[in-house]
Design a protein around this ligand. Structure first.
Ligand code: UT7
Length: 322
């Protein structure tokens, strides 16, 4: 039997500064009522200049290692899911590696927008199952406030900053039922123009701002995520009744509620953080997971379904026995 990837520790970091809808409405042509009604968001965290993807990712990773009772020497590799790295290179993962004092193994960044954490979990899980590594930090860390167009009220009110991390370890032994049961990741590049950043360091004079055709993304999100949920359950011969917790990507309360209804899950079995974190892209799923883990809602033995969709389009799921 190949080893299972156990979520040995879970951690998070949020910038100190909280910005409410009312505060945003002082500089953006919007209202608290519109934002709450269309998205469920009431506030978000804004990174200070020193709170970069590497800084926040390091803090979340430290928390995940502490939660696992693990040391930097237990880390064989670091994957950071981010679309807002500190630098084109070295990878954010290597800045995290150095800050943690990890002196061996590999590190790289993974760009899959809001599905980045689920993508990174999938890659890390494959590496652990194949015996390439025994301890991998999987981090989602984002500073979307640095790529927002503050003249576009249709997008700038939707996002926030933060980081979440898990420390995956190889679990062995006959009949082990814990860990990542499955991951499924998908992409459809032909839909690249409905949610994108219009520049990057490789483009002349274009630092890049986020552009989104919200209604179209919404439509695809509901369909694709419903398919992803069905795919994860079918692959494990499970039914919605087996799921203890849904930890969805936190883009819009209406999409989250639709997924909860699809699974027939009571509202109190769906972890919702979009109201106080807004959309933190690749950080949203691990931040939500960390919150429900820390406050004791999610417990060892629970079956948890993670799902996310983002610009690309990219989407996927991970089914985990905590
Ligand atoms: O994380 C990656 C995945 N992302 C998503 O899943 C996001 C999916 N999309 C959405 O969540 C929603 O489409 C949004 C929240 C982005 C927008 O909600 P919507 O119900 O689709 O609104 P809309 O963009 O169609 O805009 C409706 C109206 C427009 O006015 P008119 O043309 O009807 O007069 C907008 O100009 O709301 C107006 N509007 C605003 N009004 C006040 C757009 N943004 C704002 C705003 N404040 N911030």
């Amino acid at each position: 039997m190949p080893p299972r990837s156990i979520l040995a520790g879970i951690g998070a970091y949020l910038p100190e500064r909280v910005v409410t809808n009312d505060e945003l409405a002082r500089t953006v042509d919007t209202t608290d009522a519109w934002i709450q009604e269309r998205t469920g968001i009431t506030q978000r965290h804004f990174a200070a200049p020193h709170e970069t993807a590497a800084f926040m990712g390091t803090a979340a990773a430290r928390a995940a290692l502490a939660d696992a009772g693990a040391q930097p020497s237990d880390v064989d590799g670091i994957i950071v899911a981010t679309s807002t790295p500190d630098q084109a290179f070295p990878a954010t993962a290597l800045r995290v590696q150095a800050a943690l004092g990890v002196t061996k193994g590999f590190g790289f960044d993974l760009a899959a927008a809001c599905a980045g954490f689920v993508y990174a979990l999938s890659v890390a899980d494959a590496m652990i199952r194949s015996g390439q590594a025994r301890g991998i930090l999987v981090i989602g860390s984002e500073v979307y406030t640095r790529i927002l167009n503050w003249q576009d009220r249709g997008t700038c009110v939707l996002f926030g900053d933060g980081a979440g991390a898990v420390f995956l370890t190889a679990g062995e032994g006959a009949g082990i039922d814990q860990g990542i049961l499955s991951t499924h990741i998908h992409a459809q590049g032909t839909l690249g123009d409905i949610l994108y950043v219009d520049g990057a360091v490789g483009q002349p004079d274009k630092p890049g701002h986020l552009v989104m055709h919200g209604r179209e993304v919404f439509r695809h999100a509901v369909t694709r995520l419903a398919e992803a949920v069905e795919e994860a359950l079918a692959a494990n011969s499970l039914t919605p009744a087996d799921i203890d917790w849904l930890v969805p990507h936190q883009a819009n309360r209406r999409i989250i509620d639709a997924m909860g209804r699809k699974l027939g899950l009571a509202a109190d079995r769906v972890v919702v953080t979009v109201d106080h974190h807004a959309n933190t892209s690749a950080a949203s799923v691990p931040l939500a997971l960390a919150e429900a883990w820390k406050d004791g809602r999610i417990k060892r033995g629970d079956l948890v379904l993670l799902e996310a969709l983002g610009g690309g389009l990219v989407w996927g799921s991970a089914l985990v026995r905590i």
